[in-house]
Ligand binder design. Structure first.
Ligand code: HEM
Ligand code: NAG
Ligand code: NAG
Ligand code: NAG
Length: 484
């Protein structure tokens, strides 16, 4: 409801300036005769309200889908998040955006997001540096070679989390617990922080921050946006304190100080030998934690949901995971090789991300005028790609509503049609981390339990990642050596 009420407030505030805006919109329209089809909706807010309502109705893809049917299956114009926007659809739309990064388009984040995350400092360096190399510390820390050192930690933390929070209970609610695990893991791997209460407290602030993203950027007490800004400031101050403490430790202990992402960031210098400022590091950490906050936990939750719905899929996953479990000693943790062996389980994860992708799509901005599908896209206009324009299209995925992990066997989907992590140079740098984390968790759950849904009619809500509306409560049945 919060999202909705802030839009109403927004509408009321801006209705005062309607006549002026109409004039501006009118002039703009007449000077660009060859824009894609579509309608711009209300002044300033455009069709954002319809978009928000579609999200609240549990069907964000509907907004895009209705307009594809009405105007064009390739491209249409609208106005979203205070910007002139073109939605590029289908495999060819994705291909165009992902292969023209830094040539015709660059990443774009809406104003409220920039303000909450304290932009431009963080993405500034990556966005303005027109080149395909992403920030140097990220690939270093997130690439498979570095990740292999963390897989044992992912496994041991999943195991501990389940013993503490799942084993003594017959009934658990999956989403909040998956989030607790994801966040605890990130704090441990990035900053070596292990106090669960502290992590929980910061995680709660991220929840507030997250709600601010699709909100209208009106900064007055009581608005969602205002609360998000306050939460962001709070998190920054906490992180700055952590950063300063570590800086002192590094100065005093040198090589024997803690080694993790934070130390790496503090020690790393960029090409011009500038050590990153404390504020930069804090913002980069916030962006990373934000990218993790909902995504991996949403995937874990929906995998468990599909496994409850499809016993044959569950059996195959169990078989694969038991084979891996049996090949290991009692106190031996998962390694990179084991993750590679989880092929079927990863296909299940892919099929889960096809039907309930954690990220619905992102935005780009045109850095020059160009033509697409015969239409002019003017410089400065924003573009949106959306997972649903391909993930549920029968042309790419026959019988699209059916959950069928075997789609990912063999050659798998056509390029640019399965895009849960985006594509091109800006494709999610955390995808290997996400894969290892999700698989380590599923390994630990599946080898211990079978489960069933508590509420078979539970709906899915979007905020904007999909989440079962009650957090997905399940009843657990413990397994003994892989059997009930
Ligand atoms: C299943 C989980 C995840 C999904 C589905 C996901 C999806 C995405 C998508 C769609 C984008 C935008 C790509 C684009 O605009 O083309 C993105 C960006 C990003 N993701 Fe992820 N992500 C996940 C997990 C993670 C994790 C675990 C991390 C960090 C460890 C991470 C870090 C980032 C960062 C830093 C960006 C911004 C990259 C840039 O703009 O250069 N993500 N992610
Ligand atoms: C996604 O697209 C399909 C067809 O392409 C449509 O039927 C569906 O309503 C859309 N929305 C969602 C959330 O799947
Ligand atoms: C962001 O980049 C622009 C252009 O390179 C620069 O002028 C500005 O100072 C940068 N902002 C911050 C906070 O680094
Ligand atoms: C599963 O998804 C990942 C990430 O998008 C992709 O790289 C991989 O090729 C997919 N697996 C198959 C078998 O298509």
């Amino acid at each position: 409801m919060d999202l909705f009420s802030s839009y109403l407030l927004y509408l009321m505030l801006f209705s005062i300036s309607l006549p002026v805006v109409f004039l501006i919109t009118y002039r703009h329209k007449s000077s660009n005769p060859n824009l894609p089809p579509g309608k711009m909706g209300w002044p300033i807010i455009g069709e954002t309200l319809d978009f928000a309502l579609a999200c609240q109705g549990g069907n964000p893809g509907r907004f895009v889908n209705d307009r594809m049917n009405k105007y064009s299956p390739q491209v249409f114009k609208t106005s979203l998040l205070e910007a002139n926007m073109v939605v590029m659809c289908g495999g060819s739309g994705n291909k165009f955006l992902f292969s023209n990064e830094d040539k015709l388009v660059v990443s774009w984040w809406q104003r409220s997001m920039k303000k909450i995350l304290c932009f431009p400092s963080v993405f500034n360096e990556t966005l303005t540096k027109i080149s395909s190399d992403p920030p140097t510390f990220l690939p270093e820390f997130l690439k498979p070679e570095a990740l292999q050192h963390y897989i044992a930690t992912m496994d041991s933390m999943a195991s501990k989390h389940i013993e503490l929070n799942w084993s003594p209970n017959r009934e658990v609610t999956v989403f909040p617990l998956a989030k607790k695990y994801s966040f605890a893991l990130a704090f441990r791997l990035f900053m070596s922080i292990v106090d669960p209460e502290y992590v929980e407290m910061i995680s709660h602030r991220f929840q507030i921050l997250n709600e601010g993203f699709l909100s209208v950027p009106i900064d007055i007490p009581g608005t969602t946006f205002n609360r998000a800004l306050k939460a962001s400031k709070f998190i920054h101050n906490e992180l700055l304190a952590i950063i300063r403490k570590r800086k002192m430790e590094l100065e005093q202990k040198g090589d024997s100080a803690t080694r993790d992402l934070l130390s790496h960031m503090l020690l790393a210098s960029d090409e011009n030998c500038n050590v990153k400022s404390e504020m930069e590091i804090s913002t980069q950490l916030i962006c990373l934690l934000f990218a993790i906050h909902h995504t991996t936990s949403s995937v874990i939750t929906f995998i468990l949901k599909y496994l409850a719905e499809f016993p044959d899929v569950y059996s195959k996953v169990l078989k694969e995971q038991m084979e891996i479990a049996k090949s290991k000693g009692p106190a031996e943790f998962l390694k990179r090789d084991d993750i590679q062996k989880m092929k079927y389980t990863w296909n299940v994860a892919n099929e889960t991300m096809r039907l309930t992708p954690p990220v619905q799509g992102t935005f780009r901005e045109a850095i020059t005028d160009f033509t697409y599908a015969g239409f002019t896209i003017p410089k400065g206009w924003k573009m949106h790609w959306n997972v649903n324009t391909t993930h549920r299209d029968p042309k790419y995925f026959p019988d699209p509503e059916k959950f069928d992990p075997s789609r990912f066997e063999g050659k798998g989907p056509q390029p640019f049609t399965f895009v849960p992590f985006g594509g091109g140079p800006r494709m999610c740098p955390g995808r290997e981390y996400a894969r290892a984390q999700v698989l380590a968790f599923i390994h630990n759950v599946v080898t211990r339990f079978k489960w069933e849904k508590v509420d078979p009619s539970e709906k899915v809500a979007y905020n904007p990642s999909p989440i079962p509306s009650k957090g997905f409560p399940i009843r657990l049945q413990p397994l003994q050596n892989g059997f009930i």
